[in-house]
Design a binder for this molecule. Sequence first.
Ligand SMILES: Cc1ncc(COP(=O)(O)O)c(C=O)c1O
Length: 392
Amino acid sequence: MAGTVSRRKFFGTAAATVGVLGMTKSPELYAQALAGTQRFGGNDADYDRMIKLASNENNWGPPKAVMDAMNGAWKYANRYGYPDGNVVEAIAEHHGLKPENVLLTAGSGEVLQVVGTTFLSGGKKVIGADPSYGSVYQHATNIKADAIKLPLLKDYRQDIPGMIDATNKRAAEIGFFYLCNPNNPTGVVVTAKEVDQVVKGIPKDMPILIDEAYHHFVDDPAYGTATPYILEGRPVIVARTFSKIAALAAMRIGYALAPAEIVRKMRPYSMGSVNALAKWGAVASLKDTAGQAEVRKKVIDLRHKTTRELEAHGYPTIPSQTNFFMVSLEGRTVQPVIQQFREKGILVGRPFPPMINHLRVSIGTAEDMAKFVSTFKELFPKKATTNTAAQR
Ligand SMILES: Cc1ncc(COP(=O)(O)O)c(C=O)c1O
C-alpha cells in the first residue's frame, strides 16, 4: 500500500518541470513538461509505491501475449535491419487499409507533432476545442504557429457547430482541424454524426486530425471511429496509440492512418525511430483480442463503479467514455487537492484550466480505485446525492 511521500520529491508544475528538461532528450517528455504534466522526481521505490491515477495509463501492465512477444524481440537489440513482425502491414490489415495509409510513430504524441509540423508551416493555425489535449496547441506554439481554441459547451461537449463556423470563416488562416475523440481531459465523445458534420462542413481539402487515443474504452453507440473516411479519400488523419489499451506507454508506439498522399507529406517529419520490442509488442496486441476485451471491460466496469460511488457521496462526475473521468470538487480548487492526494500516496491529474474545480482521475485497478474512493471520502464530506450517474 502507498505510504506518505514527501512533497519535495515531486515536480508538480510546469515551472518545476523545466528542471527535468535538461535531463531528457525525449520530445514526448519535453512536450509533457511544457504542457505541465506531473513528472516524478523521487526515487524508483517511492514511484513504485504510489498509486498512479494521473496520466491515463493502463495500471495492469502489458498482457502476457504482449510481454512474450517483446521478450522474444530482445535478440534483435543489436540490429538495424531486422524482422519487425510486419507491424505496418498488421496495422493496415487491422483497419482494412493499405500499408501506404500507415505512419508508424514513437507514440501517437509523435503523430500530433508531425501533423503540426506538416500543416502549420507559413504561420497557419490549428483550430480545436479548449480544454482538449494540450500538446497539440503547445507544439503549435513551439514552432511559432498558433491555435484558435473554442471553449467547451456548458455540458462539456465540444462546440462542433461553432468550430465548423469558425473554420469556414477563417479557412485561409487554418492549417488543420483538431478533434480529440473522446476528448481529454473531459472524457466526452463527439458523436459519429458530429464528426460527419465536420468532415462535410469545412473546406474539402482542410486536413482533420482525429485523435482516437481512447477509442478502445468507448461504449456509447453514438460514437464511431473516423477511419472509414480514409477509405473515401477524405483528408482525415486518425491518431491511435498502443499506450493505453496495450499498456505500452513507456515503449513509445502509435500510428497515424491517413490517405496515402497525406502520409507521404507527413513521413519526412517523422523520426522513424520505433524500437524492436515495441513493434513486436504492438503486433501481438493487435492479435490479442481477448486481452484487449478484458482490459476494456475492467476499465468500463470500474469507471461506472467509481463514478457511481462519488455521485452517491454527492460529487457529480462528467460522463466519460475513456480510462479516466472528471469529478466536480463542488467549488474547491483542484491544485491543493492534488497535493493532498499526493501526500496520501495517490497521483491524480494536473489542473486543466479553466476547469479548476474539477479533478481528473485515471482508472486504475480495483484496488487502486477503492483506495482512491476511500481517500476522496476522507478529504471531502458527504453532500446531498446527485443523480447523473444513475442515468447512465
Ligand atoms: C488525447 C491523447 N492523445 C495522444 C496522447 C499521446 O499518447 P502516446 O504518445 O503515449 O501515444 C495522449 C496521452 O495521454 C492523449 O491523452
